[in-house]
Design a protein around this ligand. Structure first.
Ligand SMILES: NC(=O)c1ccc[n+]([C@@H]2O[C@H](COP(=O)([O-])OP(=O)(O)OC[C@H]3O[C@@H](n4cnc5c(N)ncnc54)[C@H](O)[C@@H]3O)[C@@H](O)[C@H]2O)c1
Length: 441
Protein backbone atom coordinates (compact mmCIF):
# COMPACT_ATOMS: atom_id res chain seq x y z
CA UNK A 1 0.00 0.00 0.00
CA UNK A 2 1.05 3.62 -0.45
CA UNK A 3 1.41 5.14 2.99
CA UNK A 4 2.51 8.59 4.15
CA UNK A 5 3.69 9.21 7.70
CA UNK A 6 3.63 12.74 9.15
CA UNK A 7 6.43 13.27 11.66
CA UNK A 8 9.73 11.40 11.75
CA UNK A 9 10.34 11.33 15.50
CA UNK A 10 10.55 8.24 17.69
CA UNK A 11 7.06 7.13 16.73
CA UNK A 12 6.69 8.37 13.14
CA UNK A 13 10.04 7.21 11.84
CA UNK A 14 9.99 3.81 13.52
CA UNK A 15 6.41 3.25 12.31
CA UNK A 16 7.31 4.29 8.76
CA UNK A 17 10.38 2.07 8.66
CA UNK A 18 8.49 -0.91 10.11
CA UNK A 19 5.67 -0.48 7.57
CA UNK A 20 8.25 -0.41 4.77
CA UNK A 21 9.94 -3.48 6.23
CA UNK A 22 6.73 -5.53 5.84
CA UNK A 23 6.34 -4.43 2.21
CA UNK A 24 4.46 -1.11 2.09
CA UNK A 25 5.72 1.91 0.15
CA UNK A 26 6.20 4.63 2.71
CA UNK A 27 6.85 8.35 2.41
CA UNK A 28 8.05 9.91 5.65
CA UNK A 29 7.19 13.59 5.91
CA UNK A 30 8.72 16.13 8.27
CA UNK A 31 8.96 19.91 8.44
CA UNK A 32 12.55 19.64 9.67
CA UNK A 33 14.80 19.87 6.59
CA UNK A 34 17.90 18.79 8.53
CA UNK A 35 16.24 15.55 9.59
CA UNK A 36 15.13 14.83 6.03
CA UNK A 37 18.65 15.45 4.67
CA UNK A 38 20.10 13.10 7.26
CA UNK A 39 17.60 10.34 6.52
CA UNK A 40 18.17 10.61 2.79
CA UNK A 41 21.82 9.79 3.49
CA UNK A 42 20.66 6.67 5.35
CA UNK A 43 21.24 8.11 8.82
CA UNK A 44 18.67 8.16 11.59
CA UNK A 45 18.07 11.53 13.27
CA UNK A 46 17.37 9.69 16.55
CA UNK A 47 19.28 7.03 18.44
CA UNK A 48 17.32 3.76 18.39
CA UNK A 49 18.98 0.38 18.19
CA UNK A 50 18.53 -1.34 14.81
CA UNK A 51 16.75 1.61 13.18
CA UNK A 52 19.48 2.65 10.74
CA UNK A 53 19.96 -0.97 9.63
CA UNK A 54 16.27 -1.25 8.79
CA UNK A 55 16.30 2.16 7.05
CA UNK A 56 19.11 0.96 4.80
CA UNK A 57 17.66 -2.50 4.25
CA UNK A 58 14.31 -1.09 3.08
CA UNK A 59 15.55 1.98 1.27
CA UNK A 60 13.75 1.15 -2.03
CA UNK A 61 10.42 1.39 -0.20
CA UNK A 62 11.25 4.49 1.84
CA UNK A 63 11.14 8.12 0.75
CA UNK A 64 11.91 11.10 2.98
CA UNK A 65 10.51 14.50 2.13
CA UNK A 66 9.28 17.88 3.33
CA UNK A 67 6.93 17.98 0.29
CA UNK A 68 3.75 17.01 2.12
CA UNK A 69 1.53 17.88 -0.84
CA UNK A 70 2.93 15.15 -3.03
CA UNK A 71 3.21 12.69 -0.16
CA UNK A 72 -0.40 13.11 1.02
CA UNK A 73 -1.99 13.33 -2.45
CA UNK A 74 -0.36 10.02 -3.46
CA UNK A 75 -1.20 8.16 -0.24
CA UNK A 76 -3.99 5.68 0.45
CA UNK A 77 -3.34 6.00 4.18
CA UNK A 78 -1.78 8.87 6.14
CA UNK A 79 -0.36 8.16 9.59
CA UNK A 80 -0.01 11.12 11.96
CA UNK A 81 2.88 10.74 14.42
CA UNK A 82 3.66 14.34 15.37
CA UNK A 83 4.20 15.50 18.94
CA UNK A 84 1.40 16.32 21.39
CA UNK A 85 3.41 18.10 24.11
CA UNK A 86 1.89 19.37 27.32
CA UNK A 87 0.68 22.92 27.69
CA UNK A 88 1.49 24.85 30.85
CA UNK A 89 -1.92 23.87 32.32
CA UNK A 90 -1.18 20.15 31.74
CA UNK A 91 -3.53 19.73 28.77
CA UNK A 92 -2.29 18.23 25.49
CA UNK A 93 -1.22 20.68 22.81
CA UNK A 94 -2.84 19.50 19.56
CA UNK A 95 -1.49 22.29 17.35
CA UNK A 96 0.90 19.94 15.52
CA UNK A 97 -1.88 17.44 14.82
CA UNK A 98 -4.14 20.15 13.42
CA UNK A 99 -1.26 21.60 11.36
CA UNK A 100 -0.96 18.18 9.68
CA UNK A 101 -4.76 18.16 9.19
CA UNK A 102 -4.50 21.49 7.37
CA UNK A 103 -1.73 20.08 5.17
CA UNK A 104 -3.91 17.05 4.38
CA UNK A 105 -6.93 19.23 3.56
CA UNK A 106 -4.79 21.28 1.19
CA UNK A 107 -3.24 18.25 -0.51
CA UNK A 108 -5.62 15.37 -1.04
CA UNK A 109 -7.67 14.76 -4.16
CA UNK A 110 -9.28 11.42 -3.26
CA UNK A 111 -10.73 9.59 -0.26
CA UNK A 112 -8.13 8.65 2.31
CA UNK A 113 -7.83 7.06 5.76
CA UNK A 114 -6.04 9.23 8.33
CA UNK A 115 -4.57 7.30 11.23
CA UNK A 116 -3.86 9.15 14.47
CA UNK A 117 -0.86 7.52 16.09
CA UNK A 118 0.02 10.51 18.27
CA UNK A 119 -1.29 10.23 21.82
CA UNK A 120 -4.38 12.43 21.93
CA UNK A 121 -7.09 13.10 24.53
CA UNK A 122 -10.20 10.97 24.35
CA UNK A 123 -12.60 12.39 21.76
CA UNK A 124 -9.87 13.98 19.60
CA UNK A 125 -10.25 11.47 16.74
CA UNK A 126 -13.95 12.38 16.47
CA UNK A 127 -13.09 16.07 16.36
CA UNK A 128 -10.29 15.55 13.84
CA UNK A 129 -12.60 13.62 11.50
CA UNK A 130 -15.21 16.35 11.73
CA UNK A 131 -12.59 19.05 11.13
CA UNK A 132 -11.09 17.28 8.11
CA UNK A 133 -14.43 16.56 6.44
CA UNK A 134 -15.84 20.02 7.02
CA UNK A 135 -12.80 21.64 5.37
CA UNK A 136 -11.80 19.23 2.60
CA UNK A 137 -12.95 19.68 -1.02
CA UNK A 138 -16.54 18.59 -1.65
CA UNK A 139 -16.89 14.98 -2.81
CA UNK A 140 -13.90 13.73 -0.80
CA UNK A 141 -14.37 11.73 2.41
CA UNK A 142 -11.77 11.19 5.09
CA UNK A 143 -12.11 8.32 7.58
CA UNK A 144 -10.14 8.67 10.78
CA UNK A 145 -8.78 5.68 12.70
CA UNK A 146 -7.20 5.78 16.14
CA UNK A 147 -4.08 3.63 16.37
CA UNK A 148 -2.20 4.50 19.57
CA UNK A 149 1.46 3.58 19.84
CA UNK A 150 2.93 1.56 22.69
CA UNK A 151 6.62 1.43 21.77
CA UNK A 152 9.20 2.29 24.39
CA UNK A 153 12.24 4.35 23.48
CA UNK A 154 15.37 2.25 23.58
CA UNK A 155 13.52 -0.80 22.25
CA UNK A 156 11.36 0.98 19.68
CA UNK A 157 12.18 -1.17 16.65
CA UNK A 158 11.53 -4.48 18.41
CA UNK A 159 8.44 -3.04 20.14
CA UNK A 160 7.00 -2.06 16.76
CA UNK A 161 7.75 -5.21 14.77
CA UNK A 162 6.89 -7.56 17.64
CA UNK A 163 4.35 -5.30 19.32
CA UNK A 164 2.52 -6.45 22.45
CA UNK A 165 -0.68 -5.58 20.57
CA UNK A 166 -2.00 -3.42 17.77
CA UNK A 167 -4.99 -1.38 18.92
CA UNK A 168 -7.21 0.11 16.23
CA UNK A 169 -10.27 2.27 16.87
CA UNK A 170 -12.61 2.71 13.90
CA UNK A 171 -16.12 3.96 13.29
CA UNK A 172 -16.62 2.92 9.66
CA UNK A 173 -16.04 -0.05 7.35
CA UNK A 174 -13.55 1.68 5.06
CA UNK A 175 -11.19 2.51 7.93
CA UNK A 176 -11.69 -0.98 9.35
CA UNK A 177 -10.77 -2.80 6.13
CA UNK A 178 -7.87 -0.47 5.24
CA UNK A 179 -6.35 -0.85 8.71
CA UNK A 180 -6.64 -4.62 8.47
CA UNK A 181 -4.75 -4.52 5.17
CA UNK A 182 -2.05 -2.23 6.56
CA UNK A 183 -1.41 -4.45 9.57
CA UNK A 184 -2.04 -7.93 8.10
CA UNK A 185 1.73 -8.69 7.74
CA UNK A 186 2.27 -7.95 11.45
CA UNK A 187 -0.45 -10.38 12.49
CA UNK A 188 1.27 -13.23 10.63
CA UNK A 189 4.55 -15.15 11.08
CA UNK A 190 7.12 -14.24 12.29
CA UNK A 191 5.50 -11.32 14.17
CA UNK A 192 2.11 -12.74 15.22
CA UNK A 193 1.03 -9.52 16.91
CA UNK A 194 -2.48 -9.58 18.48
CA UNK A 195 -4.77 -7.21 16.55
CA UNK A 196 -7.55 -5.57 18.58
CA UNK A 197 -10.33 -3.45 17.11
CA UNK A 198 -12.66 -1.26 19.14
CA UNK A 199 -14.34 2.11 18.99
CA UNK A 200 -12.14 5.20 18.66
CA UNK A 201 -12.70 6.53 22.16
CA UNK A 202 -11.80 3.18 23.69
CA UNK A 203 -8.61 3.03 21.60
CA UNK A 204 -7.63 6.53 22.76
CA UNK A 205 -8.35 5.52 26.34
CA UNK A 206 -6.32 2.29 26.11
CA UNK A 207 -3.24 4.41 25.49
CA UNK A 208 -3.73 6.77 28.44
CA UNK A 209 -4.92 4.04 30.79
CA UNK A 210 -1.85 1.90 29.94
CA UNK A 211 0.72 4.67 30.26
CA UNK A 212 -0.79 6.07 33.43
CA UNK A 213 -0.94 2.61 34.96
CA UNK A 214 2.78 2.10 34.29
CA UNK A 215 3.60 5.56 35.66
CA UNK A 216 1.50 4.78 38.73
CA UNK A 217 3.38 1.53 39.26
CA UNK A 218 6.65 3.49 39.23
CA UNK A 219 5.40 6.18 41.60
CA UNK A 220 3.97 3.55 43.92
CA UNK A 221 7.21 1.61 44.18
CA UNK A 222 9.19 4.83 44.59
CA UNK A 223 7.01 5.87 47.49
CA UNK A 224 7.36 2.43 49.07
CA UNK A 225 11.13 2.70 48.48
CA UNK A 226 11.31 6.04 50.31
CA UNK A 227 9.34 4.49 53.15
CA UNK A 228 11.79 1.53 53.23
CA UNK A 229 14.53 4.08 53.94
CA UNK A 230 12.59 5.33 56.96
CA UNK A 231 11.83 1.92 58.44
CA UNK A 232 14.98 -0.02 57.58
CA UNK A 233 13.57 -2.34 54.93
CA UNK A 234 15.43 -2.97 51.65
CA UNK A 235 13.44 -2.16 48.52
CA UNK A 236 15.25 -4.74 46.35
CA UNK A 237 14.33 -7.47 48.81
CA UNK A 238 10.79 -6.11 49.05
CA UNK A 239 10.26 -6.02 45.27
CA UNK A 240 11.81 -9.47 44.89
CA UNK A 241 9.25 -10.74 47.36
CA UNK A 242 6.43 -8.94 45.58
CA UNK A 243 7.40 -10.05 42.09
CA UNK A 244 6.69 -13.74 42.67
CA UNK A 245 3.01 -12.84 42.72
CA UNK A 246 2.01 -13.19 39.06
CA UNK A 247 -0.68 -10.54 39.51
CA UNK A 248 2.11 -8.05 40.31
CA UNK A 249 4.94 -9.33 38.09
CA UNK A 250 8.54 -8.14 38.12
CA UNK A 251 8.38 -5.27 35.62
CA UNK A 252 8.45 -1.57 36.54
CA UNK A 253 9.35 -2.36 40.13
CA UNK A 254 12.80 -0.74 40.18
CA UNK A 255 12.88 2.14 42.58
CA UNK A 256 14.65 5.25 41.33
CA UNK A 257 14.59 9.00 40.92
CA UNK A 258 11.34 9.07 39.02
CA UNK A 259 10.09 8.67 35.49
CA UNK A 260 10.82 11.11 32.68
CA UNK A 261 10.62 11.04 28.91
CA UNK A 262 8.16 12.42 26.46
CA UNK A 263 5.24 10.22 27.48
CA UNK A 264 4.57 9.39 31.15
CA UNK A 265 4.87 12.98 32.43
CA UNK A 266 2.62 14.51 29.80
CA UNK A 267 0.19 11.59 29.51
CA UNK A 268 -0.50 11.52 33.25
CA UNK A 269 -1.06 15.28 33.25
CA UNK A 270 -3.25 15.22 30.12
CA UNK A 271 -5.54 12.48 31.49
CA UNK A 272 -5.75 14.22 34.84
CA UNK A 273 -6.57 17.51 33.10
CA UNK A 274 -9.32 15.83 31.08
CA UNK A 275 -10.79 14.21 34.20
CA UNK A 276 -10.91 17.54 36.03
CA UNK A 277 -12.49 19.14 32.98
CA UNK A 278 -15.19 16.43 33.10
CA UNK A 279 -15.54 17.03 36.85
CA UNK A 280 -14.53 13.46 37.77
CA UNK A 281 -10.96 13.95 38.95
CA UNK A 282 -8.74 10.85 38.69
CA UNK A 283 -7.19 11.00 42.15
CA UNK A 284 -4.75 8.11 41.70
CA UNK A 285 -3.32 9.78 38.61
CA UNK A 286 -2.93 13.05 40.54
CA UNK A 287 -1.08 11.21 43.32
CA UNK A 288 1.22 9.61 40.75
CA UNK A 289 2.11 13.04 39.29
CA UNK A 290 2.79 14.54 42.73
CA UNK A 291 4.96 11.64 43.88
CA UNK A 292 7.06 11.79 40.71
CA UNK A 293 7.62 15.52 41.00
CA UNK A 294 9.17 15.06 44.45
CA UNK A 295 10.96 11.85 43.54
CA UNK A 296 13.07 13.50 40.87
CA UNK A 297 14.88 15.47 43.58
CA UNK A 298 14.93 12.76 46.24
CA UNK A 299 18.63 12.06 45.71
CA UNK A 300 19.52 15.76 45.68
CA UNK A 301 17.65 16.19 48.97
CA UNK A 302 19.80 13.46 50.51
CA UNK A 303 22.95 15.20 49.26
CA UNK A 304 21.73 18.49 50.73
CA UNK A 305 20.97 16.86 54.07
CA UNK A 306 24.37 15.17 54.17
CA UNK A 307 26.46 18.21 53.18
CA UNK A 308 24.28 21.03 54.50
CA UNK A 309 23.16 23.86 52.21
CA UNK A 310 26.28 25.96 52.84
CA UNK A 311 28.78 23.27 52.03
CA UNK A 312 27.40 22.58 48.59
CA UNK A 313 28.97 25.72 47.10
CA UNK A 314 32.13 24.78 45.19
CA UNK A 315 31.56 21.02 45.61
CA UNK A 316 32.72 19.07 42.53
CA UNK A 317 29.96 16.71 41.46
CA UNK A 318 30.08 14.24 38.56
CA UNK A 319 26.71 13.22 37.14
CA UNK A 320 26.65 9.82 35.45
CA UNK A 321 23.84 9.57 32.90
CA UNK A 322 21.86 12.36 31.27
CA UNK A 323 19.10 10.68 29.29
CA UNK A 324 15.77 9.85 30.92
CA UNK A 325 16.54 6.16 30.56
CA UNK A 326 19.18 3.98 28.89
CA UNK A 327 19.02 3.17 25.18
CA UNK A 328 17.82 6.59 24.04
CA UNK A 329 19.28 10.03 23.47
CA UNK A 330 16.02 11.65 24.62
CA UNK A 331 16.33 14.15 27.46
CA UNK A 332 12.71 15.25 27.68
CA UNK A 333 11.73 15.47 31.37
CA UNK A 334 14.93 13.62 32.34
CA UNK A 335 15.56 13.76 36.12
CA UNK A 336 19.18 14.71 35.33
CA UNK A 337 17.94 18.13 34.17
CA UNK A 338 16.12 18.88 37.45
CA UNK A 339 19.13 17.72 39.46
CA UNK A 340 21.70 19.72 37.48
CA UNK A 341 19.53 22.84 37.78
CA UNK A 342 19.25 22.31 41.54
CA UNK A 343 23.01 21.78 41.87
CA UNK A 344 23.78 24.91 39.85
CA UNK A 345 21.41 26.91 42.08
CA UNK A 346 23.71 25.96 44.97
CA UNK A 347 26.81 26.88 42.94
CA UNK A 348 28.04 23.31 42.70
CA UNK A 349 30.61 22.58 39.95
CA UNK A 350 28.92 20.03 37.71
CA UNK A 351 30.46 17.57 35.23
CA UNK A 352 28.40 15.06 33.30
CA UNK A 353 28.98 11.79 31.46
CA UNK A 354 26.55 10.18 29.04
CA UNK A 355 27.24 7.81 26.12
CA UNK A 356 24.78 9.45 23.68
CA UNK A 357 22.99 12.42 25.25
CA UNK A 358 25.72 15.04 25.68
CA UNK A 359 25.06 17.10 22.53
CA UNK A 360 21.45 17.61 23.52
CA UNK A 361 22.39 18.29 27.15
CA UNK A 362 24.86 20.95 26.03
CA UNK A 363 22.03 22.71 24.18
CA UNK A 364 20.31 23.17 27.57
CA UNK A 365 23.22 23.92 29.88
CA UNK A 366 25.87 25.37 27.52
CA UNK A 367 29.19 26.06 29.23
CA UNK A 368 27.73 26.15 32.77
CA UNK A 369 28.82 22.52 33.21
CA UNK A 370 31.57 20.20 31.87
CA UNK A 371 30.91 17.32 29.48
CA UNK A 372 32.71 13.97 29.30
CA UNK A 373 32.26 11.03 26.98
CA UNK A 374 34.02 8.66 29.39
CA UNK A 375 33.44 7.92 33.05
CA UNK A 376 37.10 7.91 34.14
CA UNK A 377 37.68 11.55 33.15
CA UNK A 378 34.28 12.64 34.43
CA UNK A 379 34.78 11.36 37.98
CA UNK A 380 38.50 12.20 38.28
CA UNK A 381 39.22 14.30 41.40
CA UNK A 382 35.50 14.82 42.12
CA UNK A 383 33.95 14.99 45.59
CA UNK A 384 30.69 13.26 44.70
CA UNK A 385 29.19 11.10 41.96
CA UNK A 386 25.45 11.11 41.32
CA UNK A 387 24.02 8.35 39.09
CA UNK A 388 20.97 9.40 37.08
CA UNK A 389 20.67 6.78 34.31
CA UNK A 390 21.36 3.04 34.48
CA UNK A 391 23.42 2.77 31.27
CA UNK A 392 25.32 -0.55 30.98
CA UNK A 393 28.60 1.42 30.89
CA UNK A 394 27.72 2.73 34.36
CA UNK A 395 26.33 -0.54 35.75
CA UNK A 396 29.41 -2.45 34.52
CA UNK A 397 31.91 0.18 35.68
CA UNK A 398 34.73 -1.07 37.86
CA UNK A 399 33.62 0.06 41.33
CA UNK A 400 37.24 0.05 42.49
CA UNK A 401 37.91 3.02 40.21
CA UNK A 402 35.66 5.33 42.25
CA UNK A 403 38.16 5.26 45.13
CA UNK A 404 41.16 5.29 42.79
CA UNK A 405 40.05 8.28 40.70
CA UNK A 406 37.81 10.44 42.90
CA UNK A 407 38.96 12.89 45.52
CA UNK A 408 36.32 11.44 47.85
CA UNK A 409 34.59 8.24 46.68
CA UNK A 410 31.06 9.32 47.62
CA UNK A 411 28.37 7.88 45.35
CA UNK A 412 24.69 8.81 45.30
CA UNK A 413 23.01 6.22 43.11
CA UNK A 414 19.55 7.17 41.88
CA UNK A 415 19.11 3.92 39.94
CA UNK A 416 20.44 1.23 42.30
CA UNK A 417 23.07 0.18 39.76
CA UNK A 418 25.18 -1.89 42.15
CA UNK A 419 24.21 -4.69 44.56
CA UNK A 420 24.92 -3.71 48.17
CA UNK A 421 26.78 -6.98 48.74
CA UNK A 422 29.32 -5.95 46.09
CA UNK A 423 29.60 -2.23 46.90
CA UNK A 424 30.24 -3.12 50.55
CA UNK A 425 33.55 -4.71 49.49
CA UNK A 426 34.94 -1.33 48.35
CA UNK A 427 36.19 1.76 50.15
CA UNK A 428 33.28 4.00 49.21
CA UNK A 429 30.37 5.91 50.67
CA UNK A 430 27.32 4.62 48.80
CA UNK A 431 23.86 6.11 49.17
CA UNK A 432 21.18 4.55 46.98
CA UNK A 433 17.39 4.33 46.80
CA UNK A 434 15.37 2.44 49.41
CA UNK A 435 18.40 0.58 50.72
CA UNK A 436 20.87 0.73 53.59
CA UNK A 437 23.69 3.25 53.17
CA UNK A 438 27.25 1.93 52.89
CA UNK A 439 29.89 3.92 54.78
CA UNK A 440 33.27 2.36 54.15
CA UNK A 441 35.61 5.35 54.31
N1 LIG B 1 8.34 8.77 22.11
C1 LIG B 1 7.66 7.70 22.57
O1 LIG B 1 8.22 6.81 23.22
C2 LIG B 1 6.20 7.57 22.29
C3 LIG B 1 5.56 6.33 22.50
C4 LIG B 1 4.20 6.23 22.24
C5 LIG B 1 3.49 7.32 21.80
N2 LIG B 1 4.12 8.51 21.62
C6 LIG B 1 3.33 9.64 21.12
O2 LIG B 1 3.62 9.81 19.73
C7 LIG B 1 3.62 11.19 19.37
C8 LIG B 1 4.95 11.56 18.75
O3 LIG B 1 5.97 11.41 19.72
P1 LIG B 1 7.52 11.41 19.33
O4 LIG B 1 8.27 11.15 20.59
O5 LIG B 1 7.74 10.53 18.16
O6 LIG B 1 7.69 12.95 18.89
P2 LIG B 1 8.98 13.68 18.31
O7 LIG B 1 9.00 15.03 18.90
O8 LIG B 1 10.18 12.79 18.47
O9 LIG B 1 8.69 13.79 16.75
C9 LIG B 1 7.70 14.59 16.19
C10 LIG B 1 8.14 14.94 14.77
O10 LIG B 1 7.07 15.57 14.10
C11 LIG B 1 7.61 16.57 13.26
N3 LIG B 1 6.54 17.50 12.85
C12 LIG B 1 6.00 18.53 13.55
N4 LIG B 1 5.04 19.14 12.82
C13 LIG B 1 4.96 18.46 11.64
C14 LIG B 1 4.17 18.60 10.47
N5 LIG B 1 3.24 19.56 10.36
N6 LIG B 1 4.36 17.73 9.47
C15 LIG B 1 5.29 16.76 9.55
N7 LIG B 1 6.08 16.58 10.63
C16 LIG B 1 5.93 17.44 11.64
C17 LIG B 1 8.71 17.17 14.10
O11 LIG B 1 9.63 17.92 13.31
C18 LIG B 1 9.32 15.90 14.71
O12 LIG B 1 10.34 15.37 13.87
C19 LIG B 1 3.28 11.94 20.66
O13 LIG B 1 1.92 12.15 20.72
C20 LIG B 1 3.70 10.96 21.75
O14 LIG B 1 2.98 11.15 22.94
C21 LIG B 1 5.46 8.65 21.83
Amino acid sequence: MKIAVAGTGYVGLVTGVALAHVGHNVTCVDIDEEKIKKMRKGNSPIYEEGLEDLMRKNKERLTYTTDYKKAYSDAEVIFVGVGTPERSDGSANLDYVYAVCDNIIESITKNVVVVIKSTVPIGTNDKVEEYLNSHVKKGIHISVASNPEFLAQGTAVRDTLYASRIVVGCEDDLARSVMEEVYRPFTQDPYNVPYLTMNRRSAEMVKYASNDFLALKISYINEISNFCEEIGADITEVTRGMSYDKRIGDKFLNSGIGYGGSCFPKDTKALHYLSVEKDVELKTVKACIDVNKHQKLHLFKKLKEDYGNKNLKGLNVAILGATFKPGTDDLREAPSIDNVKALLDYEVNVSIYDPVGLDRFEKIFGNSINYYDNIDDCIKDKDVVMIMTEWDTIKNYDIGKFSKLMKNPVIYDGRNCYPLSIVSQYKVEYISMGRKEVHNI
